[in-house]
Design a protein around this ligand. Structure first.
Ligand SMILES: Cc1cc2nc3c(=O)[nH]c(=O)nc-3n(C[C@H](O)[C@H](O)[C@H](O)COP(=O)(O)OP(=O)(O)OC[C@H]3O[C@@H](n4cnc5c(N)ncnc54)[C@H](O)[C@@H]3O)c2cc1C
Length: 394
């Protein structure tokens, strides 16, 4: 297990160190939660992958190199779950808006919510995971499933507040993976299909550390107005236009040089995500370190020291672009979430100043996201040829 040093170099090192375990060992043991600091059966790469300090492409390549596509099948599948969730939400942005509205309708300070977040419910395991999340910034996948299920079906708390608790404390907190996983547990994502945590399953996959009493014995799916059908992916630019440009770094892609490549860059600015001040101690520290690492790498690559903006406003971006003598602003594609909402608000000010705001999407996302129009298994099937197009020997 790792201490999550927030740099690309440390993420790549962790990926290489885990590569020998991306094959049979992973598929045999990935469901067991061995406890804090002992989860050597999973990669713990999610904080780096979330911020694109390490990419899905790199993780899948490392797995194939070490075990071949068949041997690494399970690991590849799990990485593809992330890609699927990202693509699914990107084509249905309303689901993120619905989550924000739903969250605002509940009282986060209600005593039952605070007791759950502070690990004071008296439910074995659940209280331990609540504390582990706050104290480390990470939970094993199975613990996340049990926690969400107990939150919703045993404690009867609003799912959106549980998802918000995760968003504030996970190092890998992600608008797509988190929201859609909570929705899946609640029976909203696959309408009618819920996830019920049981004492037997928890005991088995925690090696007997926990066997909670009094868990809900049934999980009735939550209801909602049906989600709209998938829309098209928003456009993103691939060809390199004439510069010069101002490069904007956001926490959505902290390896911007990879995406932007040889564009003519006259200045580099960065901005934290809106709401970063709500994050817990560990995610705040990880994000601060990860941003500094990205700023340093981009500064060296493009020959301009990065300047941190106080906020992601149209005015601040226009001022920085004008000062740099740029005719537009370029940024790696910003998927659905708080940063994208802020950029949408900034858009009219940027356009009114006669500047171009260009987002560049990675070939991975361009090739795979459009396939997330239905369920995961059709996506998985269709992903094979997209992966081959990306040069992966699957
Ligand atoms: C309620 C709930 C909330 C979650 N919230 C998040 C979140 O905010 N951010 C997040 O990245 N993941 C989230 N997940 C998915 C998953 O739990 C984590 O990605 C995984 O535990 C990370 O650990 P790892 O890096 O050791 O994964 P590994 O098992 O080593 O997998 C390798 C990589 O594949 C991806 N991955 C693996 N499993 C999943 C999965 N089920 N869904 C999506 N991607 C996956 C991750 O990028 C991970 O780093 C959530 C799951 C649940 C049930």
């Amino acid at each position: 297990m790792t201490a999550w040093d927030p740099t690309r170099a440390a993420g790549l090192e962790q990926m290489q160190a885990f590569a020998p375990r991306m094959g049979r060992a992973y598929s045999a043991n990935r469901n067991t939660d061995f406890g804090p600091g002992r989860n050597i059966s999973v990669s713990a790469l999610s904080p780096w992958i979330r911020r694109r300090l390490v990419t899905e492409d790199e993780a899948v390549r490392a797995a194939i190199e070490a075990h071949g596509a068949r041997g690494a099948d399970k690991f590849i599948q799990e990485v593809l779950w992330r890609t699927y969730w990202k693509g699914w939400l990107e084509m249905r942005p309303e689901v993120w808006t619905r989550f924000e509205i739903e969250r605002a309708q509940h009282d986060p300070m209600a005593e039952a919510v605070r007791a759950a977040e502070e690990g004071r419910t008296g439910i074995e395991g659940f209280d331990d995971w609540a504390r582990e999340l706050v104290e480390t910034g990470w939970l094993h996948n199975h613990a996340r499933m049990w926690f969400a299920s107990i939150w919703i079906f045993t404690l009867g708390l609003p799912w959106s507040l549980g998802a918000d608790f995760f968003l504030r404390h996970l190092l890998d907190a992600d608008p797509a993976s988190n929201t859609l996983s909570w929705r899946w547990v609640a029976g909203l994502q696959t309408a009618g299909k819920t996830y019920l945590a049981t004492a037997e399953n928890i005991s088995r996959f925690t090696e007997g550390r926990f066997r909670p009493k009094g868990l809900a014995t049934e999980a009735r799916a939550l209801q909602e107005i049906p989600v709209p059908a998938a829309g098209p992916l928003p456009p993103a630019r691939r060809e390199t236009p004439d510069g010069p440009y101002l490069l904007l770094i956001t926490p959505e892609d902290l390896t911007p040089g990879d995406t932007i490549g040889p564009w003519e860059i006259r200045g580099v600015v960065s901005a934290l995500e809106p709401g970063a001040e709500r994050l817990g101690e560990h995610p705040q520290a990880f994000l601060a370190g990860a941003m500094a690492d990205a700023e340093q790498r981009a500064g060296v690559r493009y020959g301009h020291p990065a300047q941190r903006l106080a906020g992601l406003t149209g005015e601040a971006l226009v001022e920085a672009a004008t000062a740099a003598g740029a005719r537009g602003i370029v940024t790696p594609y910003v998927p659905v979430g708080p940063t994208a909402s802020e950029l949408t608000r900034a858009g009219p000010v940027i356009t009114a100043a006669g500047l171009d705001l260009v987002m560049v999407r990675r070939p991975w996302d361009d090739g795979l996201w459009p396939l997330a129009s239905r369920g995961f298994f059709p996506f998985r099937e269709r992903s094979e040829s997209a992966l081959r197009t990306l040069g992966l020997p699957v």
